[in-house]
Ligand binder design. Structure first.
Ligand SMILES: *[C@@H]1O[C@H](CO)[C@@H](O)[C@H](O)[C@H]1NC(C)=O
Ligand SMILES: *[C@@H]1O[C@H](CO)[C@@H](O)[C@H](O)[C@H]1NC(C)=O
Length: 377
């Protein structure tokens, strides 16, 4: 699974899974085998493999005259240098210069120093997930002219590192301590396709206007579970998926969605949205899926009957007190509108027996509607 995630961008099945290294190195970790060595006689102690100390992290183990170096306890094979789950407190020295994938996740690295990755010109993927990194030297990435994927999630970073290589296509930096996305944080990063920034302590206006403007190719942005109160301004028109769930956004303005002509999925669940301005949906003509559940809406957003492609709309757990027969579907039955495949309305203060069946005349199947006060099945 992991290698599939690494080699394929935009594989949604990978996003759904928590980022966790599979047991590639697990067999290396078993210092004391529990079986297979015969009975454990009292007094006859098995030789113990000594615990590796911090000092020995820097030791090198030559591969013999024919092979290149590989840092002690790492595995270097086919240009992949695997150094995850080793309790490392620093980036090991002498990483093979032809490495294209360097995996350092699940260690205890606290700092990335200026020369830690020096000379790694061929590096395409750098995985530093789940360490204790607080500082990344401003020149630490300067050798990596080919870097495409940088995974920095689950660290203690207070800001987006400066001087990220312009070749980068994917940045994952969720679950850090970043308080501000600055206008200059991503300047010139025209190759980025995937950006994951969620679960950082971003305050109300924690994202500067235009912070994403330079990401001309970006397809996926996720900023979930922060304290931002509005949809970031100046999002690129290339955007295909925008996930802003679990924030403190109070309204959807038409202006904030202007120009997002490719947007297909918009996630705004678990916010504090009371209003979706008229004209908002018209600004995202290719939207297929809209999640507005667990907000403070008092009415069905306007513009649904005119929208050509929307198929899924989640509106459950809001304060919607009335649903009219013209709220979802255009008048009449013969329409060019895509049929809905999912509408949820449960947990709203509307009595579902008061909603007329004709309201859902452009829904693919009756089972696509979740109306009652609890979800069936
Ligand atoms: C959001 O703000 C509240 C109140 O100030 C704070 O307790 C919480 O930790 C903040 N959450 C994030 C993700 O920053
Ligand atoms: C939004 O549209 C609804 C119905 O289409 C209309 O009743 C309402 O006055 C409009 N609101 C604004 C602020 O234009």
């Amino acid at each position: 699974m992991k290698s599939a995630c690494l080699s394929l961008l935009l594989v949604s099945v990978c996003w759904a899974l928590p980022f966790r290294q599979s047991g590639f190195l697990d067999f290396m970790m078993e210092d004391e085998p529990t079986s297979g060595d015969g009975p454990d006689l009292p007094g006859s102690r098995k030789p113990k493999i000594p615990k590796i100390t911090e000092e020995s992290d820097k030791d090198l183990m030559p591969d013999g005259p024919e092979g290149p170096f590989c840092p002690f306890r790492c595995q270097c094979h086919l240009r992949v240098s695997q150094c995850s789950d080793l309790g490392l407190k620093a980036v090991p020295e002498k990483i093979p210069v032809d490495t294209t994938l360097l995996d350092l996740q699940n260690n205890k690295i606290t700092e990335i120093k200026e020369n830690d990755f020096k000379g790694l010109k061929g590096l395409q993927t750098l995985i530093l997930v789940n360490n204790k990194i607080t500082i990344i030297h401003a020149k630490a990435f300067s050798s990596m002219v080919n870097l495409e994927r940088l995974y920095l999630s689950k660290n203690l970073l207070k800001e987006v590192p400066s001087n990220i290589p312009k070749s980068l296509q994917e940045l994952r930096i969720h679950e850090n301590q970043i308080t501000k996305i600055k206008k200059t944080s991503f300047s010139g990063m025209a190759n980025v396709i995937v950006m994951e920034l969620g679960s950082n302590p971003l305050s109300s206006n924690g994202v500067d206007n235009g912070a994403f403007t330079d990401l001309k190719r970006v397809s996926y942005i996720r900023i979930a579970d922060t304290n931002i109160t509005s949809i970031p301004k100046g999002l690129p028109s290339s955007l295909f998926e925008l996930h802003l769930d679990g924030n403190k956004i109070t309204k959807v303005t038409a202006e904030s969605l202007k120009g997002l002509k490719h947007l297909s999925k918009l996630g705004l669940s678990h916010n504090e949205i009371s209003v979706v301005e008229n004209g908002s949906l018209a600004n995202v003509p290719h939207l297929r899926e809209l999640h507005l559940d667990s907000n403070a809406l008092t009415a069905i957003p306007s513009g649904l009957p005119e929208h050509k492609y929307i198929q899924v709309i989640y509106l459950h757990a809001n304060k919607i007190a009335a649903v009219g027969t013209e709220d979802f579907c255009p008048p009449g039955y013969n329409t060019k509108k895509a049929m809905y495949s999912g509408i949820s309305l449960f947990s709203n203060p509307v009595s579902y027996w008061e909603i007329q069946p004709i309201t859902f005349r452009c829904v693919f199947d009756r089972s696509a509607i979740q109306l009652g006060n609890y979800r069936k099945k």
